[in-house]
Design a protein around this ligand. Sequence first.
Ligand code: PBG
Length: 327
Amino acid sequence: MDMTIRPRRLRGCDSLRHMVRETRMSPDSLIYPIFVDEQLTGRRAIDALEGQYHYGLDSVCGAVRECVEAGVGRCILFGLPAKKDASGSSAWDRKGVVQQAIRAIKKEFPDFYVITDVCMCEYTDHGHCGALCGHEVDNDKTLELLSRTALSHVEAGADMVAPSDMMDGRVAAIRAVLDKNGHQNTPIMSYSAKYASAFYGPFREAAGSAPSFGDRKGYQMDPHNRKEAVKECALDVEEGADILMVKPALSYLDIIRECSDAFDLPMCAYSVSGEYAMTKAAAAAGLIDEYRVMCESAVSIFRAGADILITYYAKELSQAMRKGDIG
Ligand code: PBG
């Protein structure tokens, strides 16, 4: 055979394969989601998300310690409040569950980077992501509630806020309130292209945030749309977002690619609860090798253009990167 070009030459051994990897990632790119339940002491397994837990305020530092030990230095916090009402007022309570969790974490782990999810759905008694006007979420009224919530998180010590509600104009509204209160340097990571997805199923059980009527299609994006994702990102850039996000991840790799090519901001992807639960279920049924599928899925998301990944597998992925299996 007269072949000068043989791609297999670069696949000969691990040492060579690892040297020529095109996609590089590190544990610094990983964010771990933590659920804090105001009414809980200790921790309680989340049935829908095998291996994940609700943490009480007394045990949230244990969750952080596990992250640190695994090499994960960043989390995103979700709160399950003791009280819900129509406007979701415990979301911005100075003594609310997320605010208390931030203080507890920062006291024990001042260098651990704490991001907070800013949304109303865990705090409203109807489970929608904002204040209602009839059966519709009132966009402009919700902006004020979100801004108040974001400010209360930052005042409690959050390093970054991440609005996930999909109201129009929320990045600008939050930016304005943070700036007015002296928090010009606190970044906003916007859930820019967040789709109305069935992959959030297990999360809604974990966060107790399923809407009591209707669905989220009036504010989250239609999975059929690609150009609209670019438009959402462009608006967030204009409004002052510091990091963009696409969510979910695995079914939206094209969107991650398109938006990371189109904008200069760091791009985050959220590999959501349904993606994790499917992997766990298939592994439990003996159909796939969980470790390898976890690794390959993460690599695919970074290869598509993500710089940052929020994932329930953050600790395991960090270890895989440390071992050199990926990254
Ligand atoms: C809050 C929020 C949701 C998720 C993150 N923030 C749920 C939703 O929009 O219904 C989903 C995360 C996951 O599924 O892992 N709005």
